[in-house]
Write a protein that binds this ligand. Structure first.
Ligand code: CXF
Ligand code: ZN
Length: 384
């Protein structure tokens, strides 16, 4: 029985480990760590599998102070509740759960509203701690390890606040369930919830990485007529076709024309919905420039550098009636919307399989980083 006791990961047993990011850009080191028992309102989760999202790479590369190392990265995962802290009544040992960076207390004004997924009780912040400002991880020298996005899944055991876990039915295979923890849900949700795309519409997706392709998947489920993909790499069109991308614009060889000009011409006045999935202010501006007057909506999913500024003309808002908004976790409310996505996967509507291009063992976790960095993978599942 491990409940109530610190868990020592690794030891001599290969299945008990944590992959620690010790320094920016350096391969993760599999080592033994100590995972404290869950505090009040928290659960300790035994990770079954985890997958790599580009945000893990972004924060792993981050050299600018304050850089938080050593750190346990990872935030797309599925696991089993090992033990629960005081006051936890909605979760019990053995429950299958998906940890999600987006908190959902299910009770505050925002969580009970259908209009937002921005919990007020446990606001989403990019912090290296648990919600209470402390860590549950220590290495064998007694040094504290930083958390990541309230999840930290590159470890056999992690501690997560109940606001950051969603209970799921066990019928979904773990190497599919983990995808719903971040990237795929974010893209699908952006089309479904943030944009509320209607059947028959035309969407333009800037950046055909996993997030852009997940937007395509969400748009396909909404019954769109046309999906225009924009990318610097023309090979992405072939990949995109499997996700319902009907048209492609190569932004590297658009000549002296701006991409927005090309899309305005292709669509006779702009796309109904534009999604920016790269994280570049200039691309957001391009997207906004080719969403249709009157009802065009631009949704920003990409994460630019902190402090990045966006510029647009007041004319485009006032005279042309365009709108622009951001979308965190695709506007999804984890506790209510993730079970819906799981049902749609089980009903063979939502296609998750095509996102999984690679699967590796935990020992090979650095290979998952290489594959994503080289642009060779969409999602690489890492089995614990
Ligand atoms: C992102 C969302 C915006 C802040 C950084 C992390 N989420 C997951 O990849
Ligand atoms: Zn992510």
């Amino acid at each position: 029985k491990t409940a109530g006791k610190p868990i020592r990961c690794r030891g001599d047993r290969r299945w008990c480990a944590a992959a620690v990011a010790r320094e920016a850009g350096e391969p993760l080191v599999i080592e033994e760590v100590i995972v404290a028992p869950p505090k009040c309102g928290e659960v300790r989760v035994k990770i079954i599998c985890t997958s790599l999202c580009y945000s893990d790479i972004t924060f792993w590369k981050l050299k600018d102070p304050p850089a938080y190392f050593p750190r346990i990265l990872g935030h797309e995962a599925v696991g089993l509740v090992e033990s629960v802290g005081d006051g936890v009544s909605d979760f019990a040992e053995g429950d299958m759960v998906i940890p999600i960076f987006m908190p959902d207390c299910a009770e505050c004004m925002d969580c009970t509203s259908q209009k937002s997924n921005l919990c007020s009780t446990f606001p989403f912040r990019v912090t290296p701690w648990m919600h209470d400002g402390t860590s549950r991880f220590t290495d064998l020298n007694g040094e504290t390890l930083y958390h990541f996005l309230f999840v930290s899944s590159f470890t056999e055991y992690t501690v997560v606040h109940v606001a950051n876990v969603t209970k799921v039915e066990t019928s979904i295979p773990p190497n599919r369930a983990c995808l719903l923890s971040c990237g795929v849900s974010t893209g699908v949700g952006a089309a479904w919830k943030s944009a509320n795309v209607e059947a028959g519409s035309t969407v333009a997706i800037f950046g055909l990485g996993s997030i852009g392709l997940a937007v395509a998947e969400g748009a396909r489920l909404c019954g769109v007529k046309r999906i225009i993909g924009i990318d610097v790499n023309p090979e992405k069109f072939e990949v995109g076709k499997a996700f319902g991308v009907t048209d492609f614009v190569d932004s590297r060889s658009s000549g002296d024309k701006r991409v927005s000009e090309i899309i305005n011409e292709m669509t006779g006045g702009g796309a109904d919905y534009c999604f920016e999935c790269v994280g570049k202010a200039s691309l957001v501006e391009e997207a906004f420039a080719c969403c249709r007057k009157g009802w065009g909506k631009t949704i920003v999913l990409g994460v630019d550098k902190p402090g990045a500024q966006l510029t647009f003309k007041s004319f485009d808002v006032l005279h042309l009636g365009k709108t622009i908004s951001g979308s965190l976790f695709g506007g999804l409310k984890p506790k209510s919307d993730i079970p819906i996505l799981i049902k749609r996967y089980m009903n063979k509507e939502l296609e998750l399989d095509k996102f999984v291009t690679h699967e590796v063992s935990f020992e090979e976790i650095n290979k998952a980083f290489d594959l994503l960095l080289e642009g060779k993978s969409l999602r690489c599942v890492i089995w614990m």
